[in-house]
Design a protein around this ligand. Structure first.
Ligand code: ADP
Ligand code: MG
Length: 186
């Protein structure tokens, strides 16, 4: 049987990691499934051995910089989860190829990640996986200016770097009314 692909996306602070953790804990503890959780070694904001949400929920995970290090483990698991899936782009194996291979082999895959960058441009990896997904969950945060539903990530620090790792020191969630690109304004 072909595996099921779920894509969880939205801006920063939307609860993507929390939603992913909920599914990991349900599968591991509730259904007794073997779940492999992957994050990138690059994303070391909280921990290398755990996936941690902004609220401090956590689950055991593996931080990788190459997919080839975990292809065996991934095929032994019943469910494979990838957080911040946009950061897996440019590894030794294309993330879409890695995920497709698991699906073809009957593994369920759940990916979570940013749909767009602070400029509002789609992350190609997330965009592809959202298109392929059987289930897409778009989450919203609260706008840090007005509290209304926020669909976008706003970068508070003015530079042109497309990918810059950070939390609330650099980014905040904004609704469409309050989301501006600092480079446009300046
Ligand atoms: P994501 O993985 O989407 O960045 P997390 O699941 O790690 O999000 O964390 C979401 C949590 O972040 C919320 O439960 C909330 O406590 C916190 N948070 C901080 N700022 C905001 C905001 N502007 N809107 C919503 N949640 C926020
Ligand atoms: Mg997250």
């Amino acid at each position: 049987m072909y595996g099921k692909l779920t894509a969880i996306c939205g801006p920063m602070f939307a609860g993507k990691t929390t939603e992913l953790l909920k599914r990991i804990l349900w599968a591991r503890n509730g259904e007794g499934k073997e779940v492999l959780v992957l994050k990138t070694a690059f994303d070391n904001r909280y921990s290398d051995t755990e996936l941690v949400s902004h609220d401090g929920l956590s689950a055991g995970a593996k931080a990788i910089s190459r997919f080839s290090d975990v292809t065996g483990l991934a095929h032994e698991a019943q469910m494979v989860c990838l957080d911040e899936v946009q950061f897996f782009a440019g590894m030794d194996i294309d993330v879409v190829v890695f995920v497709s291979d698991l699906l073809h082999n009957g593994r369920d895959v759940v990916v979570a990640g940013l749909d767009t960058n602070w400029k509002g441009e789609p992350f190609p990896a997330t965009a592809m996986l959202m298109a392929m997904a059987d289930e897409v969950i778009k989450l919203t945060a609260h706008c840090s200016v007005c509290g209304q539903p926020a669909f976008k990530s706003f970068k508070k620090v003015q530079d042109d770097e497309e990918i810059r790792l950070g939390h609330s020191d650099i980014y905040e969630a904004r609704c469409n009314r309050h989301w501006v690109r600092l480079t446009d304004a300046g």
